[in-house]
Design a protein around this ligand. Structure first.
Ligand code: UT7
Length: 322
């Protein structure tokens, strides 16, 4: 049986960190470092300059992931980019990344849109392609420039998000690898987190900025992150005690802590980057994964649970052995 294994990770953050104090000062916000840290755990985030797009961040993350896997661009036969902030309406950011990377072998390339669950959806999708035997070497990327869709007058949302990209190389293998995946959606909740606008005749129609009912999102996130963790652990006949690391989508430190408690996991087993990255949507899980791999926390043979939740509403998890 063909299985899929993560063989390399990479990530990229644009520019210098922007502290809460600097953000409040530069954007003229009625907020405080104390409020942001206490309610969210966020101390700083990275914001991409205006001329940097999701595909640029994806390119750096992808190059680093390929290097760590010992693979060349020409080895890749499938590119999936999870993003809610694509460079263009079309073509996909994945095809733009393909061109920038120099993958000229006819590899399939497409985007996945599941907002902050995007990386879990993309990784679960790539795993199915590899297990089917149709593809052998996938590049799975989460890349976002959420700073472009924020309302800088809405202090309840604009302090939460950041820009960045993370990537993994997923290869066909004899052993897992990916032990279990689960992805879900419930469109009835589309209104609690959305950018409810579109383009028509060259003009934005509706509201082109991010809107969120923070408390509704918070409660939904904690519930489904605990549920989907139990689902993939059950599918792999494993218990929370078998986990070495939990990498939840990095939205709010209080969501991470509540999820860890619900799953029954010691807080030190949770990889946390939200304090320095903010919420980078589809990029948050691969950014955190790459950091923990590169600093030596995640080692060969360890079991890692990655899980995301986001607009749609969508949620999903990937359980992997490294
Ligand atoms: O990827 C998924 C995306 N999003 C999330 O996961 C976010 C989930 N939700 C949250 O993280 C939290 O709900 C927030 C951090 C967004 C908000 O925290 P909260 O504890 O739910 O605060 P709240 O919305 O109930 O607001 C409490 C107060 C309000 O003032 P009043 O009405 O009590 O006077 C807000 O206006 O805090 C005020 N507030 C702020 N004050 C200073 C909201 N944002 C700020 C701010 N600085 N940046």
């Amino acid at each position: 049986m063909i299985r899929a294994r993560i063989t390399g990770t990479g990530s990229f953050l644009p520019g210098d960190p922007v502290s809460n104090e600097a953000l409040i000062r530069d954007r003229g916000l009625d907020s405080s470092d104390e409020w942001i840290v206490e309610r969210t755990g966020i101390r700083s985030r990275h914001l991409a300059p205006a001329n940097v797009a999701s595909s640029d961040l994806a390119l750096e993350a992808a190059r680093r992931a390929l290097a760590s896997a010992g693979r060349a661009a020409g080895d890749v036969d499938l590119i999936i980019v999870a993003t809610s902030t694509p460079d263009f309406v079309f073509p996909s950011t994945a095809t733009l990344l393909q061109a920038k990377l120099g993958v000229h072998n006819g590899a399939a390339a497409f985007d996945v849109q599941a907002v902050c669950s995007g990386f879990a959806f993309a990784l679960a999708t790539a795993e199915k392609f590899l297990r089917s035997g149709s593809h052998r070497c996938a590049l799975v990327v989460g890349a976002e420039v959420f700073s472009r869709i924020l309302d800088w007058k809405d202090r309840g949302t604009c302090v939460l998000f950041g820009d960045g990209a993370g990537a993994v190389v997923l290869e066909a293998a004899d052993d897992p690898g990916i032990l279990a995946t689960a992805i879900h959606a419930d469109g009835r909740h589309h209104g609690i987190l959305s950018v409810p606008g579109h383009l028509c005749g060259g003009q934005p129609i509706g509201d082109p900025l991010l809107r969120m009912d923070g408390q509704a999102v918070f409660k939904f996130a904690v519930r489904v992150l605990a549920e989907v963790a139990a689902e993939v652990l059950g599918a792999a006949s494993m218990a929370p005690s078998d986990l070495d690391w939990l990498i939840p989508h990095q939205a709010n430190i209080r969501i991470l802590q509540a999820t860890g408690r619900k799953i029954g996991l010691a807080p030190e087993k949770c990889v946390v980057t939200v304090d320095r990255h903010g919420n980078t949507s589809a990029a948050s899980i691969p950014l955190a994964l790459d950091e923990a791999v590169r600093d030596g926390r995640i080692r060969a043979g360890q079991t890692v649970l990655m899980e995301g939740v986001g607009g749609g509403f969508t949620w999903g998890a990937v359980l992997a052995r490294f």
